[in-house]
Design a protein. Sequence first.
Length: 85
Amino acid sequence: MDGDEIQYQTRGHRTLLTQRGIVDLGPGDFIRIPLGIAHADVGDESSEYISLLSYHELPQVADTSHTGEPYSTARLDAIYSKAAR
């Protein structure tokens, strides 16, 4: 992918792991993932989201309500334990 990505969470909850931190997403949340930022989903329930891929840098269109929390061993252990159930 050679551009930005926007994801809009439509149903369920999931955790997004990025190079910049950990973000918990629920219905109505959206996130902008800039070009070059590796990311992966971890979820313990069925969820759905819409992904918009752009070949251009996307502008920030709204104030940020929350950002990724820093990585910690305890937080990662909790995420993986929950997903393994």
